[in-house]
Design a protein around this ligand. Sequence first.
Ligand SMILES: CC(C)(COP(=O)(O)OP(=O)(O)OC[C@H]1O[C@@H](n2cnc3c(N)ncnc32)[C@H](O)[C@@H]1OP(=O)(O)O)[C@@H](O)C(=O)NCCC(=O)NCCS
Length: 214
Amino acid sequence: MSVIVRNTQVEDIDGIRELQRRIYPTIPPWSREYIERQLNVFPAGQFVAMLDGKIVGSASSLIVMWDDYGLDHDWREVTGGGTFSTHNPAGKTLYGAEVFVDSAVRRRGIGRSLYAARRRLCRNMNLRRIIAAGRLPGFHHHANNMSATTYAMKVIWGDIDDTVLRFQLREGFQFCGVVDNYIPEDVESCGYAALIVWLNPLYRGTATRSPPRT
Ligand SMILES: CC(C)(COP(=O)(O)OP(=O)(O)OC[C@H]1O[C@@H](n2cnc3c(N)ncnc32)[C@H](O)[C@@H]1OP(=O)(O)O)[C@@H](O)C(=O)NCCC(=O)NCCS
């Protein structure tokens, strides 16, 4: 099996939407127009994974001024409702807006290849970090017994398996806390998400007296 990760092209849009529809039955897929806007705003931040000529995964990112957001943000706010109108090339934070892999080919390292492409981009652009808010798709099984924070902690402690947070921790991300009402339509996660960060070890800061807004 040979997976190729490359930047997304306009011709990939139908394949991305078809995959999104299958993976998130309760969340409407991005419109063609929104994906076109994402590609116009920040083409270098959009990736697809190809297997045997077919799109089997996708990762979408933008650059933000993280100081404007923090723990108290939601997906619509940080991504401009999916248009990436909030993309700001002056920022130092690559924000992971979405990542998914076809369920038929999961656990074969395709997610890892997409995350590697993101880390490469972060290093090449000399960005300080990657931040994302990851879904907690197993939380609805436990929501009657514990808070989303306890659930996330139990995933970190190894007592509960969660395909997304476990994957992100394996990819070197740190857990920063739980965001509520992140994507209200995400019924599996009950709207919650885990805020995570990866710091670019090669980041060369800018030499200024007071720290710049990033
Ligand atoms: C999260 C997601 C993108 C991961 O994609 P993936 O392609 O399965 O990721 P990988 O294969 O790189 O890693 C997943 C696991 O498979 C394991 N794995 C990787 N290659 C493997 C192989 N050849 N054989 C067996 N296991 C393997 C990894 O070690 C990892 O294990 P872990 O979960 O215990 O850490 C995928 O589960 C997904 O699309 N989920 C639904 C959409 C979603 O919720 N996205 C997150 C939005 S925030």
